[in-house]
Design a protein around this ligand. Structure first.
Ligand code: KG4
Ligand code: ZN
Length: 338
């Protein structure tokens, strides 16, 4: 059979991304990051949509060029339908529709969270693919979910956050410490030099497999306020230990729920995904879990953790194989189910 070439487009938040896949192999994976949001301490939706509008054509051109193929060779166009910021999603959705119509090839709508999970099915040297069923822990700036993945298209959310996402816990804690947005990677960096047991924060009590992170944020805020009042240099003098302690409690919360998910489902294959799975502490903890608990853990290649279009492309490829195409009257959705 001839190869399938998928052009994938991702524009759900603040990164404009395009990728080209040849079957399950990534030929190119291009991301234009929007740095404009840094000075605002968070993503400004209006600015994000405008930047997508500006970046989308060049990003797609570069992705095709790097892949070494022309538009005419494409088999289908896949795009992120949601969840995400409406104005951002509209840019990618409209562009993908128009291109698919012009080239007279199928259009394939993709759920962004589904893509963070199926990113594990991108063929990469040195990376094994999980077998069904497995558990996926998706941790990003907008989501925290434990998903039971029965097949490519049968996914069940068995636990999720009742308030903030784990990425928000990182970013909001970083903000309290005066670090710029997004603070997750900075906490990760600083934590490497710190003592994770120095400041013991407490875990919230949440039933079952659900999560809660808003209480932790408040706990950290009060802790910092109290200590800064006593010593105005408290943050400066203890930054690495504070970051290590914050990262430590977040990992404890995630691991507590993963252990419960393994014992209740009897499934011990765990795949992580989403921007927060770039965290070095989380990655190491999951590697250690293999010998410690006998789990089989799957940690994505770094470039497939934060938002990217290659992961949209792999969902596109599997939808293509099953001819799960999308009508051109499809609309972007800020919220979306599996
Ligand atoms: O998946 P993603 O790129 O976008 C969403 O779909 O939300 O995730 C972004 C989130 C941000 O909260 C960012 O701070 C967090 O991922 N993040 C990290 C790290 N790298 C990115 N959090 C902790 N440690 C990191 N190394
Ligand atoms: Zn994401």
């Amino acid at each position: 059979t001839p190869p399938i070439y998928i052009l994938a487009i991702e524009s759900s938040c603040d990164d404009t991304a395009a990728a080209v896949l040849k079957d399950n192999v990534v030929l190119s994976n291009v991301v234009a990051r929007q740095h404009i949001h840094e000075e605002y301490g968070g993503v400004v939706p209006e600015l994000a949509s405008r930047a997508h509008q500006q970046n989308i054509v060049p990003v797609v051109d570069v992705a095709l060029k790097k892949a070494g193929i022309t538009r005419d060779q494409l088999s289908a166009v896949a795009f992120t339908q949601g969840p995400g910021l409406m104005g951002s999603l509209l840019v990618g959705t409209s562009f993908a529709k128009s291109l698919a119509m012009a080239l007279q090839i199928p259009l394939i709508a993709v759920n962004h969270m589904h893509a963070h999970i199926l990113a594990h099915f991108i063929k990469e040297e040195g990376f094994a693919m999980p077998e069904f069923p497995f558990l996926a822990l998706t941790i990003s700036g907008g989501h925290t979910q434990i998903v039971k993945v029965n097949s490519f298209f049968d996914l069940e959310i068995i636990g999720e956050t009742t308030d903030d996402a784990v990425g928000e816990a990182f970013d909001k804690s970083a903000k309290i410490l005066g670090l710029p947005y997004p603070g997750g990677p900075l906490i990760d960096q600083l934590a490497k030099e710190g003592n994770p047991k120095r400041f013991p924060f407490t875990r919230p009590k949440v039933d079952g497999l659900d999560f809660s992170f808003s209480g932790l944020k408040t706990q950290i805020l009060y802790f910092i306020q109290k200590n800064q009042a006593a010593n105005p240099n408290f943050i400066e003098e203890n930054k690495a230990d504070i970051c290590a302690s914050i990262q430590h409690i977040i990992i404890e919360i995630l691991m507590e729920k993963l252990k419960l998910a393994v014992s209740t489902t009897g499934i011990n294959q765990i795949a992580i995904g989403g921007g927060v799975s770039a965290n070095s502490g989380i990655r190491q903890t999951l590697v250690d879990a293999q010998s410690k608990y006998g789990w089989k853990t799957f940690i994505p290649k770094f470039e497939y953790t934060t938002d990217n279009a290659a992961m949209i492309g792999i969902v596109g490829y599997h939808r293509y194989l099953e001819e799960r195409f999308t009508a051109t009257d499809v609309v972007a959705k800020a919220r979306i189910e599996f």
